[in-house]
Design a protein around this ligand. Sequence first.
Ligand SMILES: Cc1ncc(COP(=O)(O)O)c(C=O)c1O
Length: 405
Amino acid sequence: MSLSIIGRAVQESVTLKLNETAAILRAKGEPVIHLGIGEPKSKAPLDALIAAAGSLSSGDVRYTPADGIPALKQAIVRYTGDMYKRIVSPENVIASSGAKQAIMVALQAILNPQDEVVFPAPYWVSYPEMVKLCGAVPVPVIPEDGSFHPTIQDIERVTGSYTKAIIINSPNNPSGVMYSEQFIAEVVEFCDKKSIYLIMDDIYHRLLFNGKKAISCYKFLNKSIDESKLIVINGVSKQYAMTGFRIGWAVANRKLIKAMTNIQSHQTSGPSVVLQLAAVGAINGIQSGVDNLCLTLENNTRVMMEQLNAFEGVRAVQPDGTFYCFVDFSHYEKDSTKLSYFLLDKVRVITVPGIEFGLEGYLRLSTCGSIKDITQGIERIKWALDPNSPNELFIGERKLVRDWL
Ligand SMILES: Cc1ncc(COP(=O)(O)O)c(C=O)c1O
């Protein structure tokens, strides 16, 4: 069978694959703890459900404009005004099937083969593959100081004449770290000066802890959106726990939005009207669910950090937000893929290998589950790795005997 260069180059999404594995094992009755999951467990907002139900019961479910229905674009305009303090017009907005598609069509609209796209590591698993899908070259950069927070010098170090875009994701998947206001200001200024596209992936920007507030990149943009190369990405998946609704968006200059719309019009057309109306319901509706989700995640993260801090040999950085902890397990095993499969095999705990996010020796652990998932998950991992733990562990009725240390 002959496959294209892109068909051969692009890897499957490891996180989606792990979700599948968890579902298969659970269906077989295996006592799986899923610490790999990237979606909140809370229900979608009632306003979203009512809007979607209303649309469905009307039976009037048709194609929509390729860039989204006017009501959703208007809701995103208002959201941008409220959250980012920036007035934009509907022509600056495209609604897509998830933030994933919004990023993808943005990359397709700006990249030529061999162009380079810079992003700090650790990074979201899809960035390198999306860049490759455009025939372009991903350029991850690991912060020189060994932290999860890049500096502008890190970015400058790998930026050259081939650099077409920089992607910044803060708070970050997988580290949970929010980048400083100074860094955001510097990167906005740097991209503006060099005429490089800056993609701000803000999908987690409302999921911050301890009263922290998201930083609006527009604060540092001294020109109109239509004169700038700033692309802001957001969506309903994480903040409203609406991952399955597949609605995300981009806000950018209208010329770029038009190009993205043209691409999307041949790719998928506009997202489903039912789901767009649900997104309108969520964005314009009662927002208390977002605050509740933040409180739950903050508490879960506190418990996760307590467990990890009491775990000898592992190193965890306090997340500022999101629902992930990115934990250094290299003391036990440097090959994160091997370690992740070992934990799945021996104690049925799903984790995501750090190498998928560009850093070896780490595992991404999710705080989306229950407190019980977190405490029992870490307990099982500890049991599997710590040579001083007892020889046996009971998972319900099942007795595990350690025969590997
Ligand atoms: C950093 C980041 N950006 C974008 C997305 C995509 O979100 P959506 O579900 O809206 O496609 C994700 C999902 O995991 C993510 O972690």
